[in-house]
Design a binder for this molecule. Sequence first.
Ligand code: SAH
Ligand code: SF4
Length: 428
Amino acid sequence: MNVSDSERAATVLGDSGFEITSDEDTADIVLINTCSVREKAEHKLYTRVGRIRHSDRAMPTIGVMGCVAQLEGETLLRKIEGVDFVLGTRAVGRVADVIGRVLNGEEGIVDLGEREENYDWTVADTHRHSPYVAFVPIIEGCNKFCTYCIVPFSRGRERSLPAPEIVRQVEQLKASGVKEVHLIGQNVNSYRPDRQDDLQDFAGKSAFSKLLRAVAATGIERIKFTTSFPRDFHDDIVEAIETHENLCNWVHLPVQSGSNRTLAAMKRGHTIERYYKQIDRIRNASRDIAITTDIIVGFPGESEADFRDSVKMVEYCGFDMAYIFKYSPRPGTPAFALPDDVSLADKTIRFLELERAQKASQNERLRRYLNKTVQVLAENASTRSKGLTGHSTCHKVVNFSGSTGLLGSLVDVKITEIKSNSLFGELV
Ligand code: SAH
Ligand code: SF4
C-alpha cells in the first residue's frame, strides 16, 4: 500500500509539472512516506530529517506522508524541526496543492482530511515501480481492529472502489503493456462495493470472488491479490483460481498464531481448526497453489504452550514462505494496554525457533518445484548472475539465464536449483 501511495504522489506531482528525482541531496522538496505497522517509524523519521538538516546542502522543503503523518499530525511540526508540512494517508491527491501553498509561503499545513470524492487512483506509467507489474488498490482502510494493529487507526475505515473502475484500470494497464496486476488492500476478501449489481454477471458467493472473475475476464496475463484474511476467506476464491488460469496460484493468508487462546486475544475472528480447513482446501485444489503467511511471536500472554502451537501450525501448513515478526506494542492499539510480558530475549528465541521450523518445512515444500517448469515474468536483469530475474505465477523469485530482449515477456523456466528465498532455472 505504501509503495502504491508513493507512486500516486509521484503521479500527482508529475502531472502538476514537478520533476521527480530519487536523489535526496539535490531535491528541492523531500517527501518522506512512513509506515508504522511494525517499526518505530517515528524515530526513523526523526533521524532521517536530522540527517538532511545537518548535511551541508541548502535546506529543502520537507513533507511527511503515510501512517506516521496521519497518526501524529500537527505534533510532527512541533516535534521534528525541519518538517514543513504533513499529509495524511488519504490526502495524497492534494499533495501538489499543498506543496504549492508551502512554496507560496504558507506555514504549518497539516492535511489529515478524507479523499476527494472523485479521487483518481491511477498511476502514470513512468512512476510505476515496474513497467510490467502494477498495483491496483481495490479496498482501502480496515475495520477489523486486530488488537495489535495500528492500520485501522492510520488508514481509517474500509472503502471499496467501484468494480467498473477497477476493471477499467486493469484494461488500461493491459493496453499499456503491463503483464501482471496485484489487487491490493489490507483485507481484499472484505471487498464490498456500494453497487453490488455491477458484478451480477460474474459467478461467486462473495463480491471479491466475483471481482476476481471480472478482472480475469479482461484477459490480462496475470492477476495476484494481497492480503487475504482468514475470517473472510471463502472457498469460492479457490474455485475462481481453479477456473481462471490468469488468476495466479498464490495466496497470502496471514495466520498470526497457532494458538486459539492467542488468536482470540488478537481478535482475529478465526480459530486454528478453521484455518487448517482452509489450508486443506487450498492444498486439495486442482492447481498447485503456493501459500504464504505472517506470524507474530511474543504477543502479550503468549505462553510456551501457545508458542508450541505456532510451531505445530507451521509444521502442519508447510508454507512456501512466512514473514515472522516479534510483537511490538503500538501506542493507541487495544493490545498496548496489555503487559508486554514476553521478554525481548524470549521473543528472539521464539522467533529463531519458529524461523528454523519454517525453513525446514519450506525447504521440503520447495523441492516440489525441482525439475518442474514454471512460467516466469522476466522483470529485471539480475545484478549478481548475468541472467534475468522475475516472479513465477506462484510468486517465487526465479533467476534464470536469458538476454535482456526477453524483459517484459512471460517465459517458461525449468527449475534446476532451490535456494531458501529463490529458485534458479533454465529457459525451456
Ligand atoms: N492486513 C494484513 C496485514 C497487516 S500488517 C492482515 O490482516 O494480515 C502486516 C503484518 O504485520 C501483519 O500480518 C502482522 O503479522 C504484522 N504486524 C502488525 N502489527 C504488528 C505488531 N504490532 N507487532 C508485530 N507485528 C505486527
Ligand atoms: Fe491490521 Fe487486522 Fe486489519 Fe490486517 S485485518 S490490517 S492485521 S487490523
